[in-house]
Write a protein that binds this ligand. Structure first.
Ligand code: HEC
Ligand code: HEC
Ligand code: HEC
Ligand code: HEC
Ligand code: HEC
Length: 253
């Protein structure tokens, strides 16, 4: 299956860069800028073996991301669902059971089907950080960073598209000032969440308990301030003492 991020490309690019730097060529800067994956990955939207539609399943049908990406809170990786998960709804007699779009699913799952192969569905990977950079989902989603911050509105995508750069400068931009990107933990997979959705009374009560202060003190300090993501995020950053790492070794080891 076409993997556009073979592990050697970045290493090779770095070796070439270092080699050219030694020669003191300034063309390198321009070449590097246009080569680096961060400038070409945005917009990557590979065709998948089954035309799975997030805007239908996660959007219209309202399925939670964790129904399929069940390990996202407990693991570095956000797993893809096994064919069995699809089969629960698309098995014999169920939703769109005879759809031609689900041919590969029947081949994978239906032992009574003449075309049965038992082969798992080979989804094409969309997002990928290079092997030399370390990324983990659990550290982010358990600290109030929603899928939407890094993947965009997947719940509105008929086909998943690589929307954010996932480049080092992009990671660091948030790490330097994470406050405005935080939201309450139970809204992580609610990609449509807005500041106005949050009940201020309940929020101040939560903060007061967490920070061992009183609701009235908190409310007084916020008097006249705009009720927006920045304000909510600043409170959450303080209450949870969120300090994303910026040192090289945290992401490269
Ligand atoms: C019914 C199962 C299901 C649900 C629910 C679901 N997904 Fe997915 N997701 C998949 C499958 C299957 C793929 C692989 C095929 C594809 O890319 O469309 C995938 C792929 C992805 C990818 C791209 C993975 C890569 O290769 O980089 C992202 C990001 C993603 N999902 C995010 C989400 C988010 C966010 C939600 C909740 C709003 C969600 N998904 C809900 C099944 C699901
Ligand atoms: C909770 C139930 C549920 C799960 C789980 C589920 N689907 Fe669906 N899916 C549906 C429903 C319901 C529809 C049909 C909506 C409609 O009537 O148009 C649908 C439609 C589809 C279609 C469009 C079929 C057509 O002919 O229009 C495809 C393709 C599809 N699903 C693939 C998948 C895949 C792949 C998975 C597993 C990653 C999956 N679904 C998991 C409920 C589910
Ligand atoms: C802080 C940014 C960030 C957040 C938040 C985030 N992701 Fe990701 N996601 C990434 C990156 C970076 C990758 C590529 C990971 C890699 O190559 O190891 C990725 C990859 C994926 C993949 C492909 C499988 C994998 O782990 O490589 C899926 C599926 C996915 N994300 C789903 C989700 C869902 C669902 C959520 C929300 C519950 C979410 N992501 C939240 C940045 C993020
Ligand atoms: C939208 C904001 C945001 C983005 C984008 C983001 N991060 Fe983070 N990152 C955080 C937050 C918040 C934490 C948690 C800090 C804490 O717990 O104090 C974190 C923590 C981490 C940690 C520490 C994990 C641990 O186990 O302690 C690493 C490593 C990391 N991020 C790597 C990355 C990489 C690599 C990228 C880019 C691919 C990235 N992050 C993008 C917000 C972000
Ligand atoms: C928050 C995580 C994070 C931190 C902190 C971080 N990096 Fe990176 N770095 C990345 C990611 C992710 C990539 C891959 C970027 C891509 O795919 O384009 C990367 C790529 C690189 C590259 C390859 C060139 C490039 O820009 O693509 C070099 C060299 C590098 N980092 C050096 C460093 C040094 C030196 C430091 C400390 C000053 C550092 N990094 C700190 C996440 C981080």
């Amino acid at each position: 299956m076409g993997n556009i991020f073979p592990r050697w490309t970045n290493l090779l690019a770095i070796k070439i860069l270092v080699g050219l730097m030694a020669l003191g060529t300034c063309v390198v800067a321009v070449a590097w800028y246009s080569w680096t994956p961060k400038h070409t990955r945005v917009g990557y939207m590979p065709e998948q073996p089954i035309p799975f539609d997030h805007s239908l399943h996660a959007g219209q049908l309202g399925m939670d991301c964790r129904y399929c990406h069940s390990q996202v809170e407990n693991s570095p990786h956000s797993n893809l669902p096994a064919a069995q998960v699809c089969w629960n709804c698309h098995g014999p007699g169920k939703a769109k059971a005879d759809s031609p779009k689900l041919e590969l699913l029947r081949q994978a799952m239906d032992v009574n089907y003449e075309g049965y192969t038992g082969k798992p569905i080979e989804w094409v990977q969309v997002h990928k950080v290079p092997d030399y950079a370390h990324f983990t989902h659990q550290a982010h989603v358990n600290r109030g960073v929603s899928c939407a911050e890094c993947h965009g509105r997947v719940d509105q995508m008929p086909v998943v598209v690589h929307e954010k750069p996932l480049s080092m400068s992009w990671c660091l931009e948030c790490h330097r000032d994470p406050g405005k990107s935080l939201r309450p933990l139970d809204e992580i997979t609610n990609l449509a969440w807005k500041a106005e959705d949050l009940d201020s009374k309940a929020f101040y009560a939560y903060l007061a308990e967490k920070m061992e202060t009183s609701v009235s003190k908190l409310e007084k300090a916020d008097e006249g301030k705009k009720w927006d993501r920045e304000l909510i995020g600043a409170h959450l950053q303080k209450a949870w003492s969120v300090h994303p790492p910026q040192d090289c070794a945290s992401c490269h080891y």
